[in-house]
Design a protein around this ligand. Structure first.
Ligand code: PMP
Length: 776
């Protein structure tokens, strides 16, 4: 696109005609606009004459941003013309050009400052952070721009240009940066805070005076993106010119962090983003060199980028992450050995060894078992490097191998791991932070290692408090693998190999709105509660009393079962009136997964007496807990100590705290609500087209798709469900089935699962449904 062919004489004329200014004009360099420095005595201005095909919406985006930033020192102001217009139009040679007059900012471009002290770089970080603070509430219809400089989409720029890099060594550097970005950065970006950012703090745009940053120019690359991209882009420019690249970047990061504290996840992604930004520059310049081989400028300008890639390529990601953590005052952690997939035993050998050495009742998922070697975010990778979109592993709640959680674990493991009979701060901080998420009096914590340990302890608390043993449980429920819990899990005792309920365990009908026994009753809640009341009466007639009712608020193994509204509240009232306690099993559904609330029981407006939790709490690390009231906890003080060797150790608690940090910092509960709502709506439209889908239900990112052969009889389509799971696996998507008939597809991905993933899941599922529905 040629620059507007205007001369200095034209610029003087424009200044006089539109701004009433008698000036000297001097042409300045510019990429898209023809720029002039105008001087009238002491007064100076910048005149920008825009290219004829400039998008007016994008220019307006810049103008509104500048107007929004008027109070911020160091940003140019837009000066209206005599007519009052912000962007008068001039005609030249039959072309129309938008013109803008900007105030002149003093200072030298950073590119002319050879001496970049740490203070200067920190100052630049702080300047950008203040700019971003001011832009935080700025919105514009044109802010979502698809330009190559959108770092969040670096992969789209890099991948199609890899072929343009002739040198295989250089191509490997770029490929490694791309792999890193796709696998370790991209999964987390959609969950990060995003806003309008400047997006181009390069050395030509930053103004310096007396060793300090005094201004920033060129708002032409602004867009809406994850905030951390601002830091990564500026840090990339800072390191390009430095003999100590990581240190230079770290100074800038430190300065930014002092004004806008970065989250642990943002810090963890910085290094991958910086490498991606370098790779974008390298790929674009390689492409230009291919198109214009005779122009040596492309080679020269890319020199520092290649040099930086060469310097950074061998630096382990953990080392760079450690440098940025330190810059932000976070404890560094020991370098983790990067764990490339070791060529090891193949699937058949592993299967044979499992048969010989492992628990013979253990099953393997999928007809063609998967050999996973790595995980990141919502993706798992098999030994061949194939990526699988994980829609089912709810344990890795905030993302597989989340870098901030891994960092917290590694740091604490290197420092201290011991038992809870020594004083330690982490366990207390964790208890305080979790209590803040609890309603009522739920404030006394027992930290354990699994959901089963938590539920077993809940049973002991109930017995201590009530002196009773009889339990009310829901058909299809699962509460754990200990003998005490097989006893209260109809899923097990009524399933294959089960011996039925012990005499003190009473199974209530599953209050499922879709398939439940009383779903057609005039008042289903009353019918279910009446059934429970009858059982309580029988227990009492036998001279005993009900100790407790245990239930998940949304049943997991039951098949993502949704209760009719009011059910849980009425059950709690009934059980309490009979002197029993109410236990909420949040092992599967807690920690924000249901989207609208942090805990599943909150969706029913009830407050339990005991809550148990596990799975997501440690993001895969064995960490679980029981919380109860001081009164119930006091009844457990009998002289016998409850001690748990591993429960609540400093490493587990550090992990638990990191998980809470990530949920809060990345706003994952709200993310689960938004993405879950979108996914559920799309699944419901699938249901309209596919008779096999009987029901779509659940909340947030805890959804179930129940498959039936007949929507009247509800005959379960278990074979079809299994076939769908297998076919989806072949398409690189992990799902599984559950429910008493194994006909419910369960969807409970790591919470970083995003809208794009949801769309892909629905599209692939539609393809597979068409295959399965075709008559054989
Ligand atoms: N309760 C519920 C609702 C569960 O889903 C599970 C595990 N599937 C447990 C308890 C037991 O947890 P763990 O496997 O950690 O012992």
């Amino acid at each position: 696109m040629p620059l507007p062919p205007l001369t200095e004489a034209h610029a003087r004329q424009i200044a006089a005609q539109h701004y009433g200014l008698q000036v000297q004009a001097q042409r300045l360099p510019g990429e898209l606009d023809a720029n002039f420095l105008l001087s009238a005595g002491e007064e100076r201005y910048i005149l920008k004459v825009g290219n004829a095909d400039h998008d007016p919406a994008e220019l307006d985006f810049q103008n509104r941003a500048l107007a929004h930033l008027t109070a911020l020192p160091g940003v140019p102001r837009l000066i209206p013309a005599r007519s009052g217009e912000e962007m008068p139009i001039v005609e030249h040679d039959g072309q129309r050009h938008f013109i803008r007059l900007l105030s002149y900012l003093p200072g030298e471009p950073l590119v002319r400052c050879p001496d970049r002290s740490p203070e200067l770089l920190r100052g630049l970080g702080a300047f950008l952070a203040r700019l971003d603070q001011a832009l935080a509430d700025f919105q514009h219809p044109a802010m979502e721009r698809d330009i190559p400089w959108n770092l969040a989409h670096a992969h789209r720029v890099i991948r199609p240009r890899l072929h343009a890099i002739p040198d295989p060594v250089r191509r490997r550097w770029v490929e490694r940066a791309l792999e890193r970005f796709e696998q370790q950065v991209r999964p987390y970006l959609p969950t990060l805070r995003a806003q309008v950012i400047h997006n181009d703090a390069n050395d030509h745009n930053v103004l310096v005076a007396q060793g300090q940053v005094v201004g920033l120019l060129d708002f032409g690359d602004m867009l809406h993106a994850p905030l951390i991209c601002e830091v990564a882009i500026a840090a990339t420019y800072a390191l390009l010119a430095s003999p100590e690249p990581l240190q230079a970047a770290a100074h800038l990061v430190a300065g930014y962090h002092q004004v806008i504290p970065l989250t642990t996840t943002e810090v963890a992604l910085l290094d991958g983003l910086i490498r991606a930004r370098l790779a974008v520059s390298a790929a674009l310049s390689a492409e230009r060199a291919l198109i214009e081989p005779e122009n040596p400028y492309h080679q020269i300008s890319a020199g520092p980028v290649w040099a930086a890639l060469e310097r950074l390529d061998p630096v382990p990601a953990e080392v760079a992450h450690g440098v940025f953590r330190q810059a932000c005052g976070l404890p560094a952690f020991p370098s983790l050995a990067a764990a490339p997939a070791q060529p090891g035993r193949d699937e058949q050998t592993i299967l044979a060894a499992r048969r010989r050495y492992l628990n013979p009742t253990l099953s393997v998922s999928y007809r063609r078992p998967l050999h996973m070697v790595r995980g990141q975010g919502q993706y798992l990778y098999d030994a061949e490097g194939r990526a699988y979109l994980d829609c089912v592993n709810n344990v890795c709640h905030v993302g597989h191998s989340h870098p901030a959680v891994v960092a917290a674990l590694a740091h604490q493991a290197a420092l201290l791991n011991t038992n809870t009979r020594y004083l330690h701060e982490h366990i207390i901080t964790l208890a305080e932070r979790l209590t803040a998420h609890m309603p009522g009096d739920l404030s006394v914590w027992f930290f354990v290692n699994s959901g089963s340990e938590a539920n077993d302890l809940a049973l002991r608390l109930v017995r201590a408090y009530t002196g009773r043993q009889d339990m009310l449980v829901l058909a299809g429920a699962y509460h754990g693998n200990l003998s005490s819990l097989i006893d209260i899990s109809p899923y097990k005792f009524d399933g294959p190999g089960g011996a039925g309920a012990p005499p003190w365990v009473h199974t209530l009908s599953m209050p499922c709105t879709y398939r439940g026994r009383f779903r057609h009753a005039e008042d289903p809640v009353a019918a279910y509660v009446e059934e429970a009341a009858g059982i309580i009466r029988q227990v009492e007639e036998a001279g005993r009393g009900v100790a407790a009712f245990i239930a998940e608020a949304l049943m997991g193994t039951g098949g993502q079962v949704v209760f009719p509204p009011g059910y849980l509240a009425q059950m709690y009232a009934l059980v309490r009136a009979a002197g029993g306690l109410c236990i909420a099993d949040e092992v599967q559904i807690g920690f924000g997964r249901v989207g609208t609330h942090f805990w599943g029981f909150e969706t029913h407006g009830v407050v339990p007496d005991i809550v148990t939790m596990g799975k997501p709490m440690g993001n895969g690390h064995p960490l679980a807990a029981v919380v109860t009231t001081p009164e119930i906890a006091a009844s457990f003080v009998t002289g016998m100590e409850y001690f748990n060797t591993f429960g609540g150790n400093p490493v587990s608690c550090a992990v638990g705290l990191a998980v809470l940090d990530v949920i809060e910092e990345q706003n994952l509960q709200e993310h689960a609500r938004r993405v879950g709502e979108h996914l559920k709506a799309r699944l419901k439209t699938l249901q309209e087209r596919h008779p096999l889908i009987g029901d779509v239900r659940g909340s947030g990112l805890f959804l179930g798709v129940e498959l039936v052969r007949d929507r009247e009889t509800l005959a379960p389509a278990a074979g079809e469900a299994q076939a769908i799971v297998e076919a989806m696996r072949e398409r690189g998507i992990l799902l599984s089935t559950d429910g008493p008939f194994h006909n419910v597809l369960k969807i409970k991905p790591p919470l970083v699962f995003n809208q794009e993933d949801a769309d892909r899941l629905v599209e692939e599922l539609e393809g597979v449904l068409q295959e399965v529905e075709q008559p054989a």
